[in-house]
Ligand binder design. Structure first.
Ligand code: DUC
Ligand code: ZN
Ligand code: ZN
Length: 478
């Protein structure tokens, strides 16, 4: 028998189901054996009893995504995937975004060009459907789903991206027919526009009014509407970046009726609040502008509850990297820019895993198994990458994280590898950080970034497993 390429000794292996002590034998980038006292490997790594989890799957990131309004994302596939790897993530799923008037195919081709030979870790694409023409719905979307782009996002807000209810129904029915997974950005566009206009007319334009312009009820209403539209079409949906109680109530209500309504949340809703957007003076709060906005401490607690009680399937970063200083990002329109002109989104691809392990697992708020489910396994299942990704089992890709725990990590932007000039989590004291990340058996982080740009492979996704997309009987001619 060929020796193992690598053996990780004395691991405390964590999966979504179990925790057990084992060595991990790796051959040809895959896990070839699990057990005690495995034969020698060409390379030996001593985990020394530390936890070893599946590499993270960050299923909601934005890298080098054209914005259409001159703002430029700070991370491309090079810095973005490097930063991900350093934070314990081994697969990312960014978005190939259709511009209105563009074909979906052109958006996908363009995005592959942008990825080029840059990725350090493996990656798949979601689509963003912004222009569901008859041609897109009849030809392009089904063809792309069949080729491995099996999930797509629909926006209910942002003028350049949003679909109306009729368009959402048409697009959902393609997902139903083709077995794709639909992600919904649920905020009521007209309410936001109406509130924004009034706030600006009253001179209330500081970053903090971003949160005032997008209160919880606009998310609650759109979440409810998305659920109703999906129920009508009888198709599963996933509500992304859920920020608090009122949206979760809608989701739990739908789940209690047996509807396949899944939910995702992100670190910003656990660790930031609307107060992070600052006061009337100063522009620093613009760093924390994202949509939906962070809420308050009570909503943070409810998000924590939802992570443990099964309301959420997925904990992603929604990494949307814009530099604070500089002509293309948050200050593109100057320090005095009104909140509606500031780039939406915050960085988080490198901090996501450590924040949840430190503040979730180590504080006892969630179990280590829940951590694995939320950061990796469930995304693999939802987006058709399971079991190759998202698990530690014989035959799966050797995408692994060895965790250092117990020492205080003072979070600074200088220790991160993204191309953004701030992290909203600077100053936090964490008690966990990835010691080592392996992607298909190759070390891509060991305290220093490792791994060649271009080694990351594109992953064509399967359709989600039948359990994720089970349909009800319906008499409607869908
Ligand atoms: N909101 C989004 O919907 N996408 C990117 C960033 C953000 O804040
Ligand atoms: Zn969104
Ligand atoms: Zn996003």
């Amino acid at each position: 028998m060929q020796p193992f390429d690598t053996v990780i000794r004395n691991a405390r292996v964590v999966t979504a189901a179990d925790i057990f002590s084992s060595d991990i034998g790796i051959r040809d980038g895959r896990i070839a054996a699990l057990g005690l006292d495995l034969a020698a490997g060409l390379t030996e790594i001593d985990a020394a009893g530390r936890h070893v989890t599946p590499g993270g799957i960050d299923s909601h990131v934005h890298f080098d995504q054209p914005t259409g309004d001159g703002l430029v994302m700070a991370d491309d596939f090079s810095s973005g995937t490097r930063s991900a790897a350093c934070g314990g993530t081994t697969t990312v799923i960014p978005f190939a975004c259709q511009q209105k008037g563009q074909t979906l195919r052109a958006a996908v081709d363009d995005y592959h060009r942008r990825a080029g030979d840059k990725p350090v870790i493996d990656y798949a694409f979601h689509l963003i459907v912004t222009d569901p023409t008859p041609e897109v719905l009849r030809e392009e979307l089904p063809a792309l789903i069949a080729e491995g782009y099996t999930s797509f996002k629909i926006y209910m807000t942002y003028d350049a991206l949003k679909l109306n209810d009729r368009e959402i129904l048409e697009t959902l029915s393609v997902a139903r027919r083709e077995g794709a997974m639909v992600m919904l950005h649920a905020e009521n566009s007209d309410c936001i526009a109406w509130l924004t206009e009034r706030l600006l007319a009253a001179g209330l334009d500081a970053p903090r009014y971003h949160a005032t312009s997008r209160p919880m009820l606009v998310e609650r209403e759109a979440t409810h509407r998305a659920i109703a539209l999906a129920e009508l079409v009888d198709v599963p949906i996933l509500i992304v970046h859920v920020s608090g109680r009122e949206a979760i109530e809608q989701i739990r209500w739908a789940q209690s009726l047996g509807l396949k309504v899944y939910a995702e949340t992100c670190p910003q809703y656990l660790f930031l609040t609307a107060d992070s957007l600052g006061c009337d003076d100063g522009f620093d709060g613009a760093k924390c502008i994202c949509s939906p906005p962070p809420r308050d401490a009570a909503n943070q607690r409810i998000i924590w509850d939802g992570l443990e009680n099964g309301s959420f399937e997925i904990f992603s970063s929604d990494h949307a990297p814009f530099r604070f200083d500089g002509p293309d990002g948050k200050k593109a329109h100057g320090e005095q820019a009104s909140f509606d002109k500031v780039a939406n989104g915050i960085p988080g691809v490198e901090t996501r895993m450590a924040l949840l392990w430190s503040e979730g697992v180590r504080t006892g708020r969630i179990t280590a198994q829940s951590f694995v489910a939320l950061t990796s396994t469930n995304a693999a299942k939802m987006y058709g990458l399971y079991p190759r990704k998202g698990s530690i089992a014989i035959g799966t890709d050797a995408d692994l994280v060895i965790w250092d725990e117990g020492q205080t990590v003072h979070l600074t932007n200088a220790m991160l590898h993204h191309n953004v000039d701030y992290t909203p989590y600077a100053g936090m004291q964490l008690t966990a950080w990835p010691a080592m990340t392996l992607s298909r058996g190759e070390v891509v982080w060991n305290g220093e970034p490792q791994g060649q740009a271009g080694r990351g492979r594109f992953l064509a996704c399967e359709r989600p497993a039948p359990a994720q997309v089970r349909r009800r009987q319906t008499e409607l001619p869908l």
